[in-house]
Design a protein around this ligand. Structure first.
Ligand code: CA
Length: 223
């Protein structure tokens, strides 16, 4: 796993580099935007950690240019506190996630891991989490080499979980993303479908992936 860090604050860059290296990742660091973009275009990174305020070229412009050139490497943006517009702009420009400075190192690492997992299946279009794989071509899931047949709604629901691993998804979020309209969220239809999905994805396996967060919703998590 190779990670590019584009960060002009030497202290922050060195803190991130040392931490990632101690986790066994290979790390390149660029201290300005032009160098960062050059490295990003010429190397096959698994994740790019990109600061926004950079000398010579800012992070959002770099991101836009990378996405325009169809470079789809997952990008984690580092933003300053309170810079809501920046975050929105970065997400619109194709960032996969953002983190506000100063951040706890554990959270930074967790987010990098999520992006690494997401990026691994790029190219095949497959979505993957833990030993669960979803193939958009066949619209079937697979766990531990076992094929799982899904209905259209189960497929959409599982796709939404896989695109948001380790993130709490409320019933409202699920209804908006999977059903595309906001029906009565007190209705138990989401719970019914999640249970259908669990019967197929988790029931016969020792490790459960879909967990209930009581009173809130659900989370896809390997525990
Ligand atoms: Ca900066």
């Amino acid at each position: 796993m190779r990670i590019l860090v584009v960060e002009d604050e030497k202290k922050v860059a060195s803190f991130i580099r040392k931490g990632l290296q101690s986790e066994g990742y290979a790390v390149d660091v660029a201290y300005d935007g032009v160098e960062g973009e050059f490295l990003a275009q010429n190397n096959d990174y698994d994740v790019i950690v990109l600061d926004i305020m950079l000398p010579r070229k800012n992070g959002i412009d770099i991101l836009k240019d990378l996405r325009e050139k169809d470079i789809r490497i997952p990008v984690l943006i580092l933003t300053a506190k309170g810079a809501t517009e920046e975050k929105v702009e970065a997400l619109d420009a194709g960032a996969d996630d953002y983190l506000t400075k100063p951040f706890a190192y554990e959270e930074f690492l967790a987010r990098v891991r999520v992006l690494l997992r997401r990026g691994q299946t790029e190219g095949t279009g497959e979505l993957k989490y833990s030993d669960l794989v979803l193939n958009p071509m066949t619209r079937k899931a697979q766990r531990d080499e076992r094929e799982i047949e899904l209905t259209a709604k189960e497929y959409s629901l599982l796709e939404y979980f896989l695109r948001n691993p380790e993130r709490v998804l409320t019933r409202t979020m699920i209804s908006e993303h999977v059903w595309e309209y906001d029906f009565d969220t007190f209705s138990n239809i989401i719970d019914v479908y999640v249970n259908h999905l669990r019967n197929k994805v988790d029931k016969d396996f020792e490790r459960k992936l879909i967990h209930t967060i009581r009173g809130v919703g659900y989370i896809l998590k390997d525990e």
